[in-house]
Unconditional design. Structure first.
Ligand code: LLP
Length: 430
């Protein structure tokens, strides 16, 4: 059974009709499937167990893709580690019961405070992106009397062949250390007394459909590990990042199990040939491939506007709820929650925000009437985490379905909450 499928004309998440969720919690609401999350994580876990030498693998779920505590808690219960990009994400992981010793900290702009927080929780590794960052981390670790475990994010300069905004492994990107500078940067890191060089990492982009660029990046990283070892810098892990894509429309992404099988075949052959079979730990940072297709955004049609050149369905979700179409012209499927038998019309599905860029889908053939519910598909990743309060719109509620049960995992924000942190000028400015 597919996770989001029709039963008697009603679109369901597992066994729960989305209509029942909208009736109980209102709209717009993100709905996630627990079974889908578990299945998607299991695809990584199974492949790691089957192919990694002596269990030397760790999946560090990329928190930015969906950071709801219930999602993090569920993944932590499966043994997942976490890839974070801020102190806030670390606090979320801890609040959700995740193990900080399985946390890797990515990102180009870590503040001193964030470094202190992460060091005080003994995280697994800092993925460092520049020499000034190495120096700052060395200082902060020294102040705390600690040695910070570090990996350098290298830029393997491979083309991930994805949207330019989400491609990160090319020379012109702001991320990582240039490939040519890797060895000298490692030498600099190895000299800093409060750092312990433990790994190497890369992340070449997101929504990759083919694993060839990832395997190409792996080959480059492997060469670097050998070159470093020849200089006496031995690494404990290599981290290949995230990036595996999902089906939004008709894309056919590589299966996670196939990618990992090919990846471990290379890693194991390399270790056997050059390192007497000694394993190296392999880390992954998947986000989208775990949560993307485990979630939908349910929204209610407010008005239908039929025009000479276009028809608009104005819904109660907007670009502030799901930014991806406005930001990347991303395509998301749109399905009626209750199927109608009448013939459809072609609509642009747009939100109430005062921007022409506020659209969720364009030119879709839909049979609907005002008051109907629509499901924006594949919205589990980079949906709620990229939501804003633009136009003083409270963020959507989030619900997790488990079989026939629905659980509210984040209630809707109230308007009062949106300005509760603000204050007037002193005196009687008014
Ligand atoms: N690791 C690092 C260092 C990353 O920067 C990212 C995502 C990931 C892991 C997870 O990648 P994934 O497995 O999800 O592809 N907002 C965009 C996607 C931005 C991705 C940023 N980095 C979108 O909505 O498509």
């Amino acid at each position: 059974m597919s996770i989001f499928s029709y039963r008697d004309g009603e679109l369901c998440a597992e066994a729960v009709p989305l209509k029942a969720i909208a009736e109980r919690f209102g709209t717009p609401t993100y709905v996630y499937s627990k079974a889908a999350l578990l299945d998607n994580f299991a695809a990584y876990d199974r492949a790691c167990r089957a192919h990694a030498k002596s269990g030397n693998a760790l999946v560090c779920y990329s928190v930015k893709s969906n950071s709801n505590l219930a999602v993090l808690n569920l993944l932590a219960s499966q043994g997942s580690g976490f890839d974070i990009v801020s102190g806030g994400e670390l606090l979320r992981v801890i609040a959700a019961g995740g193990d900080p010793r399985k946390v890797i900290f990515s990102g180009v702009g870590k503040s001193r405070e964030e470094m202190r927080l992460a060091l005080s929780h003994d995280i697994l590794c800092f993925n460092v992106e520049s020499i000034p960052e190495l120096q700052r981390l060395n200082e902060v670790a020294g102040e705390l009397g600690k040695r910070a475990p570090v990996s350098l994010r290298v830029n393997p300069n491979v083309d991930a062949k994805t949207h330019p905004y989400i491609s990160t492994g090319l020379k012109e990107n702001k991320f990582g250390v240039a490939f040519e500078d890797t060895l000298s940067t490692y030498r600099a890191a190895a000299k800093l007394p409060n750092l312990e060089v433990v790994g190497i990492d890369c992340h070449i982009g997101s929504q990759l459909l083919d694993d060839a660029p990832l395997l190409e990046a792996l080959d480059k990283v492997i060469d670097l590990v050998d070159a470093l070892e020849a200089e006496g810098i031995a690494l404990h892990h290599l981290d290949i990042g995230g990036g595996i894509g999902i089906t939004y429309d008709e894309e056919k992404p590589v299966a996670v199990g196939d990618y990992l099988e090919r990846l471990f075949a290379r890693v194991n052959a390399w270790r056997d040939a050059k390192h007497g079979g000694a394993p190296i730990k392999v880390l992954f940072e998947p986000g989208r491939s775990i949560v993307g297709n485990a979630g939908v955004l349910v929204t209610e049609v407010q008005y239908l506007k039929h025009g000479a050149s276009k028809n608009f369905a104005i819904v109660d979700a907007a670009m502030n709820d799901l930014m991806r179409p406005a930001m990347y012209e991303a395509w998301h499927g749109v399905k009626p929650v209750t199927q109608r038998m009448q013939p459809g019309k072609v609509y642009d599905v747009v939100g109430p925000v005062c921007e022409s860029g506020d659209w969720l889908a364009r030119s879709r053939d839909l049979a609907m009437e005002a008051g109907d519910l629509l499901a924006i598909m594949s919205a589990g990743a980079y949906g709620m985490t990229m939501a804003s309060n633009y136009n003083t719109r409270g963020r959507a509620a989030e619900v997790m379905v488990d079989g026939a049960e629905m659980h509210l995992i984040r209630r809707r924000e109230t308007p009062q909450e949106l300005f509760a942190l603000e204050s007037l000028l002193p005196g009687d400015a008014a």
